[in-house]
Design a protein around this ligand. Structure first.
Ligand code: ASP
Length: 415
């Protein structure tokens, strides 16, 4: 049975068991069941939290040091980075905007995470100068301290420095580059193992949620899933094609025809890494991207550019805040967006990776990591569409970068 099917069954069994417990609170095993379900879900969430820092670190070091293997510096990577940042920013704005527009999760006040919230300090809103001082003090620190404290931002900054140094240092650091790649592969393997526990984790989380909470939360969840899916599809069918048309001078119809196979595979596998070889082939053979450009942009984009994931994480943070009855200030929403951008940078292209990095987005504004419990049951469903948009973004960027990195006279004659 595939993991997807197992998760589906687990969700159904979890819901059924949760309802059973909810309507039979006098059963002798009620308390012990809730206790055991709590333990099972904590193990699952704990394992995800355990992998977060090493995963983000290795993913960013490997992603940035790939700049070297592409042998491209200057114009190509600058255009690539500008495209990545622009499309991700648009995705974040869309995600936050639609979450506001449809007021996802508003009007409920669940106390499932009260305990976690109490032990967690919500950062105060700060003046911009205090924000920057705080940012510098918390970010430019001893990396070992950052690792042990779980300070994700500081880890990201160190990983970026290290990645750039590996690019600049050239061949003599090949062994470290290889080691980083292997370490990253190992982390991916561990994530794979943890995901094997996902059916059990989801069963426990859902059963506990239904048994102990007001179940109208489930209808809120469906509402949220519909809003996120709709917004992600809008990004993929309207925003990205428009950018491609304006900056890449390619008709969306031609693009979708050429990119069909990787996109469908992305939907089926929920893994942009797994689809990467197909995206590379399609970009070169069907979209006319020169091989050296595709060979650089697609692997890097697979690692670092995830519009669908960023959109989802920003909207989900707002959803959780609304569910808990917490109003995020504008400053906190900006922090959510920045962190979601970094989180999408650090998420490897594997199923549900966004769920692991989601933890840092929640924690950035003091929301409890445990809240991902609410999102987990629908994550695999949402992952299909967001992975398609992640892959689509990489291929579109390769078309735009290809156009902008052509010799100047070619570009002019084309215009
Ligand atoms: N599954 C996504 C991808 O491979 C990552 C995520 O979980 O958001 O692109």
């Amino acid at each position: 049975m595939s993991l997807n099917t197992q998760i589906l069954f687990a969700a159904i069994i979890g819901l059924a068991f949760g309802f059973f417990l909810k309507y039979n609170p006098d059963l002798s095993f009620f308390d012990s069941s809730i206790y055991l379900l709590g333990i099972a879900s904590s193990i699952f969430i704990g394992l995800l939290k355990m992998l977060l820092i090493p995963l983000i670190f290795s993913s960013i070091v490997v992603g940035v040091s790939n700049l070297q293997s592409g042998g491209q510096l200057g114009r190509v990577w600058k255009t690539t980075l500008i495209c990545c940042v622009t499309t991700t920013t648009l995705a974040l704005i869309l995600g936050i905007g639609c979450a506001h527009l449809f007021e996802v999760g508003k009007g409920m006040n669940i106390n499932l995470f009260q305990e976690a919230m109490q032990s967690h300090q919500t950062p105060d809103t700060m003046t911009p100068s205090a924000f920057f001082t705080n940012f510098i003090q918390n970010t430019l620190i001893n990396p070992f301290k950052a690792f042990s404290d779980g300070n994700v931002l500081a880890v990201v900054v160190f990983a970026l420095f290290l990645g750039v140094a590996l690019v600049k240092g050239g061949e003599r650091f090949n062994s470290i580059r290889g080691l980083s790649q292997q370490f990253f592969d190992l982390m991916m393997m561990l994530v794979g193992w943890v995901m094997k526990l996902a059916p059990l984790g989801i069963l426990a989380l859902l059963a506990k949620l239904v048994a102990t909470e007001d179940i109208s939360i489930l209808s809120r969840l469906a509402e949220f899933a519909a809003v996120v899916t709709g917004t992600t599809i809008f990004h993929g069918l309207v925003v990205l094609p428009l950018l491609l048309w304006i900056f890449g001078r390619m008709s969306p119809i031609r693009f979708f025809r050429g990119a069909r196979i990787p996109l469908v595979t992305a939907f089926a596998t929920s893994s942009s890494s797994a689809v990467m070889p197909l995206s590379l082939k399609a970009a070169q053979e069907n979209l006319g991207v020169r091989p050296h450009i595709a060979g650089f942009v697609i692997p890097l984009g697979t690692q670092l550019n995830m519009d669908g994931t960023a959109l989802y994480e920003a909207a989900a943070a707002l959803f959780i805040a609304n569910l808990i009855g917490l109003d995020l200030s504008l400053g906190q929403q900006v922090i959510v967006c920045l962190t979601a951008m970094i989180a999408s940078l650090g998420a490897p292209g594997i199923p549900s990776a966004g769920m692991v990095t989601m933890i840092m987005v929640l924690q950035s504004v003091g929301l409890p990591a445990e809240a991902i419990a609410i999102l987990l049951p629908i994550d695999r469903l949402l992952d299909t569409v967001r992975t398609v948009v992640n892959v689509q973004g990489d291929m579109m960027i390769s078309v735009v970068v290809d156009r902008y990195s052509q010799p100047a006279k070619d570009l002019q004659s084309e215009v």
